[in-house]
Write a protein that binds this ligand. Structure first.
Ligand code: PLP
Length: 392
């Protein structure tokens, strides 16, 4: 079956007890274990009764989401966490003091922070590469290196990393490869099929899709890695609540139509911006230089719904953010509403200015997550917000 079908019919599409199409929200902390203690030889527990004990360890609504996520990413097991960063930090929690992790320097700011503050204090070593390719990976590997952590396209400049080649280089050295697939979603990119071992998501973004829930997911290729991640999930306890699991499951049902529509709008916006006189540069996988675009097209089914652009002057960027009436100036992405983020004041505010400039994150840079509004309305709004900027 195609992914679009699996988004709807994923094994939890009908409740076995009632036939309900909506996944029941099992809003419970604990489960009746009485039948285990029935020594009278009374009737056995009802056939089909599921084996749950306590909702931190497992909950049927969470299981429905976890099974759907494993199916979509093509993994053997998946776990749902209370946020994307909880999924990432809990996955990194499978490593030990003295282990060494390699990542790109432009991974999600929160991932960089948890590696360089929290895990550093616990003795996990970290090297951040400015470019991730087989040569830089091999050069950074030490005897203690255990994992490679990647994200493609990157944020906010949408740089592309070759997943197949990087995973292969990591695998030669026996590393575990972890890919943050938040920007692409399994509908556009499936890292486990390209050689990765674990995929992590901020389900807050496209999977949830409606800017109404904070959630994270980790999917592992093998059951063995699944057991290691589960031990942290259950032991550390950053689990996703049943109601939030329901919201993400509900979001996943419309993932295909949302991402297709939002991606189409993002392409139209990128094209419009690239021809606008006040725009200096547009960053979008569909418009990247040829070598980058070819790598992206070989590993992903589309350019996605996130793009960034630089205006010619800082005033033009500030004026755009103040004057757009349809794009919400906010952090986050992947929702049905178009969002305009300003990385220097939001996601990358904690990076020293000199370092930010080196990374290409300037005060004229704006990131757009295209929503489900009419593309023509968005472009007309952006045009007037940018043109105002020309005259002020
Ligand atoms: C938002 C985001 C995260 C963090 O997820 P939260 O749900 O906010 O904790 C991680 N990675 C990427 C790429 C993100 O965009």
């Amino acid at each position: 079956m195609k992914l679009g079908t699996l988004l709807i019919h994923n094994g939890h599409d009908t409740d076995p007890a009632t036939g309900a199409l909506g996944t029941p929200v099992y809003q419970t902390s604990t489960f009746d274990r009485g039948p285990e203690f029935d020594l009278s030889g009374g009737p056995p527990p009802a056939a089909g009764r599921l084996d749950y004990e306590y909702s931190r360890s497992g909950n049927p609504t969470r299981k429905a989401l976890e099974d759907a996520a494993a199916l979509l990413e093509g993994g053997s097991s998946a776990y749902a966490f209370s946020s994307g960063i909880a999924a990432i930090a809990s996955t990194l929690g499978i490593f030990a003091a003295g282990d060494h992790i390699i990542s790109a320097e432009d991974i999600y700011g929160g991932s960089y922070r948890v590696l360089n503050t929290y895990f550093k204090r616990w003795g996990l070593e970290h090297t951040a590469l400015s470019v991730v390719n087989p040569d830089t990976i091999r050069a950074a590997i030490r005897p203690a290196t255990k994992a490679l952590f990647m994200e493609t396209p990157s944020n906010p400049l949408l740089k592309i990393t070759d997943l197949r080649a990087s995973c292969a280089a990591a695998q030669e050295a026996g590393l575990i490869t972890i890919v943050d697939n938040t920007f692409m979603t399994p509908f556009l990119q499936r890292p486990l099929e390209l050689g990765a071992d674990i995929v992590v998501h901020s389900a807050t973004k496209f999977l949830g899709g409606h800017s109404d829930v904070i959630a994270g997911i980790a999917v592992t290729k093998t059951p063995e890695l699944g057991k290691r991640v589960y031990a942290v999930l259950n032991g550390f306890g950053a689990v996703l609540g049943p109601w939030d699991c329901f919201l993400v499951l509900r979001g996943i049902k419309t993932l295909q139509v949302r991402i297709e529509a939002q991606q189409k709008t993002a392409s139209l916006i990128a094209d419009f911006l690239s021809r606008h006189p006040n725009v200096e540069a547009v960053y979008y996988p569909g418009m990247a230089e040829r070598a980058q675009r070819e790598i992206h097209e070989a590993q992903a089914a589309g350019p996605g719904a996130v793009l960034s652009f630089k205006t010619k002057t800082v005033d033009q960027a500030l004026s755009f953010l103040g004057k757009t009436r349809l794009a919400v100036p906010a952090v986050s992405l992947g929702g049905v509403e178009t969002i305009a983020s300003y990385p220097v004041k939001m996601s990358h505010a904690s990076i020293p200015p000199v370092e930010r400039e080196r990374l290409g994150i300037s005060k004229s840079l704006i990131r757009i997550s295209a929503g489900l509004e009419d593309a023509g309305d968005l472009i007309a709004d952006f045009d007037s917000a940018l043109n105002c900027a020309a005259t002020t």
